[in-house]
Design a protein around this ligand. Sequence first.
Ligand SMILES: Cc1cc2nc3c(=O)[nH]c(=O)nc-3n(C[C@H](O)[C@H](O)[C@H](O)COP(=O)(O)OP(=O)(O)OC[C@H]3O[C@@H](n4cnc5c(N)ncnc54)[C@H](O)[C@@H]3O)c2cc1C
Length: 481
Amino acid sequence: MLPTQGRAIAIVGAGFSGSLLALHLLRRCAPDDRILLIERNQRFGLGLAYSTGNPNHLLNVRAGNMSAFSDQPDHFVQWLRSLPAEMRATLPDDPGPNSFVPRGLFGRYVQQLLGDRIWRQGNDRNLFLVNDEAVAMHRQQDGWSVELAVGRKLPVDQAVLAIGNFPPRRSQPGYFGDPWAERALANLNSDAPVLLIGTGLTMIDTVISLLDQGHRGPIHAVSRRGLLPQRHGAVAQAWRFAKLPQGASLCRLLRDVRAAIREAASENINWRAVIDGLRPYTQRLWREMPIGERQRFLRHLRPWWDVHRHRAAPRIDSRIQEARERGQLRIAAARIGRIEHCIETVQVTLTARHGDRSVLNVNRVIDCSGLQSDLAKIDGPLIRQLLDAGHIRADALRLGIDIADGGAAINTAGERHADLFAIGPMTKGASWEITAVPDIRLACEELAARLLILPATQAPPPSSSADILPFDPPARPQRAR
Ligand SMILES: Cc1cc2nc3c(=O)[nH]c(=O)nc-3n(C[C@H](O)[C@H](O)[C@H](O)COP(=O)(O)OP(=O)(O)OC[C@H]3O[C@@H](n4cnc5c(N)ncnc54)[C@H](O)[C@@H]3O)c2cc1C
């Protein structure tokens, strides 16, 4: 039984966003407050991005930018350095701030932070790990009742949706709508041709997995423009804009960024520094953009932005280029038409950018077109129920859940909730740049401060490398099912 005194906050989803928010709440909560971290998967702290077991799925962000705590930028690097020598030896290079390390290892880091906190504060004192799916939320006089798949209802004062990333579509015979599901690559004849829809980082992950499992057959990857993520370059200081960029006009912003790239080039500074220099302003620029400008950005510029902003680790990019050079990986710019499954083959109609139609015969199609953020197309009971009850609504651009400043969810009547919040990639309609760790960790710190208006004194995060515990499997979660 959960104790009933104090405040109770439910966090639905224990990927990076939910786990980090829980850690920040624990720093601020009173002794009898309860944080219920609800996760449908057995492993807490990983989420979609960091649950990969493939050591060749690397972070696409340098380790030096992946600390869980914005006030301790080298926390993750220190943790990497504290790993036992035999684990460090399995890393691609000596871990430092510029390394690109396996994503699974970052998941272990988050898990250990959670385990460490449970160990310091006691299993069932303030943090309760609830291993079940939240399927509905019912409005109570004060707060919410969170219904679990098992049928139990948890009464809470406040709730946060940290439900993260959803796969593109439902699977059908010959077509795999979830590229991260194990079965997408299972039982595949290694000489068979495969079609990957999309040419971004998800496609890259899937190609790496195919190569790692010894795939020899042709891999076709198709997207409207056929653009591939750029490769990370040498470490460079982010460009400092002489005049702060403004978001009111997209054309103007584009002109300013292009001018900065030309100016940087004249000083032998790479375009990457300019894109990185935009990072501190991206959320403000997005908020300044009128809705029509945001729509134009999504229609015309997004693919270009994505491949320049979300870059691939050099070692991964080299493998992709090698696969292209030997003709195994074939990238094309085309629109996907009909997909027809017939016994062993799938026939896919493609329309190239110049209008030519062709038919591609492959053994299977894997959708790597990116994450599904249109709430109407997401197939989860909680989202369905929250939408049907009018508790949440999609943002105007259908990029996720509509929120107000500060993360409060907005209901179908356009009113902001005082006790229901959302955090993470599903809130990108409000701030666009909220999918990667550096932005999410700030949002978690801010939301924790808003939810529990207490100074952060209870249990500060480790303040020096000496406080980082040696690597250890995370503590066994307390289950409150
Ligand atoms: C493949 C991939 C690679 C990435 N690589 C990087 C990177 O290298 N660096 C970087 O900074 N960012 C990266 N990202 C961005 C990533 O979105 C964030 O870093 C971060 O992982 C987002 O975490 P999250 O907790 O918001 O979402 P998620 O990781 O998706 O976690 C959401 C969690 O909520 C749970 N959940 C959902 N609904 C329910 C429910 N109803 N009941 C219970 N549990 C529920 C899910 O099971 C899941 O565990 C990557 C993203 C992807 C998809």
